[in-house]
Design a protein around this ligand. Structure first.
Ligand SMILES: Nc1ncnc2c1ncn2[C@@H]1O[C@H](COP(=O)(O)OP(=O)(O)OP(=O)(O)O)[C@@H](O)[C@H]1O
Length: 284
């Protein structure tokens, strides 16, 4: 089991109950979509899994990644740095250092494996550079390795961020709305790359998405959140518009239509309702 989440609850200081009794098991090599309307708790859940945010203190909660404790009872584990090294985090806004070359941004993924003086001086070995170039090649942007990150398109920056997780050697990739700022073609590229590292490297991928169409295209399993609760956990193909309306009421339109209004350009099934597509076979 690569991810184990038990009795997870989170109240923020303002009293907001953002996560409610979350229990999840995710196997190694699964690609799981986390969907839900804005404010449903997707980012908060991913941050808890990465050990970036503690659950309610004194609760019965427990999060483990590959059997290693990330947090228990609202306390982040003392050895979380070791566990975090296996977790790659991909953000909506890429989180690259604009003025640094792409290759150096990708090599940042290795910092945890280096002595401190090398991380400060940013002296990388030939082998480390070769690894980073290989990762950039896998995400299709090796030719951009010497450019400053700021000169890349949004889609290329997101691919560099994924290459960073490859160089890190992450066994779990948590991607928080990685395609929310991208055009349709870049979105498909990024989702295909995530699906490929899942398939080829056996990485576990959990990707939060606003819209169900991408979940159905690329992720065999979807976990749907509504007001901090898991309201669906199962095969993505079961998430029909009717079921989404049952789960989300008026908010279903945000999940069904959002991708169409923001990033149109995907072919719709002739019988589809607004924003709805038939599932495609697993991405190549
Ligand atoms: N630091 C915080 N303090 C107080 N409330 C917060 C904090 N962070 C998040 N929340 C609240 O917790 C709830 C869940 O937020 P979260 O960002 O996880 O939702 P989300 O599903 O990722 O939304 P979006 O799709 O808009 O990014 C929201 O109501 C949000 O306002």
């Amino acid at each position: 089991m690569s991810l184990h989440i038990e009795n997870l609850n989170k109240h923020f200081g303002n009293g907001k109950h953002a996560l409610r009794d979350i229990n999840l098991e995710i196997d190694q090599g699964e690609m799981v979509a986390l969907i839900g309307a804005s404010g449903s708790g997707k980012s908060t859940l991913l941050r808890h899994i990465a050990g970036l945010m503690p659950a309610d203190v004194g609760s019965e909660s427990c999060i483990e990644v590959y059997g290693e404790c990330v947090q228990r009872g609202g306390q982040i584990d003392r050895n979380v740095r070791k566990t975090r090294a296996r977790i790659g985090f991909v953000f909506q806004q890429f989180n690259l250092v604009d003025r640094l070359p792409v290759l150096v941004n990708v090599l940042v993924g290795r910092l945890h494996q280096m002595p401190w003086w090398r991380s400060v001086t940013r002296v990388f070995t030939v082998r480390e550079r070769a690894l980073a170039l290989e990762a950039l090649d896998r995400v299709g942007i090796a030719e951009c390795h010497a450019q400053r990150a700021s000169t890349l398109s949004g889609g290329q920056q997101q691919r560099a961020a994924i290459a960073r997780t490859l160089v890190q050697g992450a066994r779990v990739v948590l991607a928080d709305e990685p395609i929310a700022s991208l055009d349709p073609e870049s979105s498909r590229n990024v989702m295909e790359i995530l699906a490929r590292i899942c398939r080829e490297d056996g990485c576990t991928v959990v990707v939060s998405l606003h819209q169900v169409d991408m979940a159905r295209r690329y992720c065999p399993r979807t976990v749907a959140l509504h007001q901090g609760r898991v309201v669906f956990d199962g095969p993505s193909e079961r998430l029909t518009p009717a079921l989404l309306r049952e789960l989300y009421g008026m908010q279903a339109d945000e999940i069904l239509n959002g991708s169409e209004s923001v990033h149109s350009g995907v072919t719709r099934h002739p019988n589809a309702s607004a924003g709805w597509q038939q599932p495609l076979p697993q991405a190549a």
